[in-house]
Design a protein around this ligand. Structure first.
Ligand code: F6P
Length: 322
């Protein structure tokens, strides 16, 4: 294999740049050329290929976002769009492809593997941590650290005013950001799509709980069946008027910022693993790390799974949040 291409796609995640650096430098180590594709699958269709040398990825390990840009491509969902993209891969002499992203990115890669003879290796890059085949996805650690930093600040004002804050975090299908940041920030409750939460029992717990508590934080995942932070607040204001409630939607701040050391190391390991996997003739798999070992999971399996929250984490939250 003499030349590979690399793209990032879907929602950006802190650590994607560290991963791009790793892929480019590992490929150079093995004497391969790398083309970066700008704007994910959109750029593949529009032939936005740029050559990346080791020097081009200097000074990016600490930067959030992705220097390759990213997109959610509608056109790649159609066969015509994909055929155009495959023609561009061939035109540019690409013999293997690495895609960094989440669910949607890997679905695109599955189509590509089925319709085109170029092997693809996926790298999990999403703040949601909602993929099978890896303990953690690139960006998750940074995102949960961002959440706890902000919730710590919200706690200061919540305590000063004796308020109940409902904080909405990202995760349209998964509550893993809410769960870990809920423990880390000492939240009084979390509401996540994987577990149905009865707001009445949460409020009863608050009513029966410690009398010395002057503030409450409920962290709600955006995909929770309650409908999100504003719906929860409306219900509490209506049924429990004694609480002074406020809503804070954290939004895209969770996707930005300099990646944590954990994300940089994970990205560096997985970038290297993906290049070596292509060299070993692997394709149609995602590189991940489970416990401390490198694991390759078929792309179709990586996307199919909505991960069950760890029951021990749920218990920790329940017992400590009283
Ligand atoms: O998939 C990652 C994610 O950050 C989700 O948690 C969130 O629902 C979504 O992306 C937001 O996407 P967009 O930036 O397109 O609004």
């Amino acid at each position: 294999m003499k030349k590979i291409a690399l793209l990032s796609s879907g929602g950006d995640a802190p650590g994607m740049n560290a991963c791009i650096r790793s892929v480019v430098r590992t490929a150079a180590y093995y004497g391969m050329e790398v083309d970066g594709i700008i704007h994910g699958y959109e750029g593949m269709i529009d032939n936005e290929f740029i050559s990346l040398a080791p020097g081009d990825v200097a000074g990016i390990i600490h930067r959030g976002g992705t220097i390759l840009k990213t997109a959610r491509s509608e056109r790649f969902r159609s066969r015509d769009g994909r055929d155009e993209a495959y023609a561009n891969l061939r035109r540019n002499g690409v013999e293997g492809l690495i895609v960094i992203g989440g669910d949607g990115t890997f679905r695109g890669a599955c189509d590509l593997m089925a319709e085109c003879d170029i092997p693809v290796v996926g790298i999990p890059g999403t703040i949601d941590n909602d993929l099978e085949g890896t303990d953690f996805t690139i960006g998750y650690d940074t995102a949960i650290n961002t959440v706890i930093e902000v919730v710590d600040k919200i706690r200061d004002t919540a305590e000063s005013h004796n308020r109940l804050f409902i904080v909405e975090v990202m995760g349209k299908d998964a509550g893993l950001i809410a769960l870990r940041s809920g423990i880390g920030a000492g939240a009084e409750a979390i509401m996540i799509p994987e577990i149905s939460t009865d707001i009445v029992s949460v409020m009863e717990r608050f009513e029966k709980g410690r009398r010395d508590k002057s503030s409450y934080i409920i962290i709600v995942a955006e995909g929770d069946s309650s409908g999100g932070a504003y719906s929860v607040a409306e219900r509490i204001e209506h049924e429990y008027p004694g609480y002074d409630t406020r809503v804070s939607i954290l939004g895209h701040v969770q996707r930005g910022g300099s990646p944590s050391c954990m994300d940089r190391v994970l990205a560096s390991r997985l970038g290297m693993a993906a290049v070596e996997a292509l060299l070993e003739g692997k394709g149609g798999v995602m590189a991940g790390i489970i416990h401390r070992d490198l694991v390759f999971t078929p792309l179709e399996k990586a996307v199919k799974h909505i991960r069950e929250p760890n029951p021990h984490l749920i218990r920790v939250l329940e017992i400590l949040s009283t």
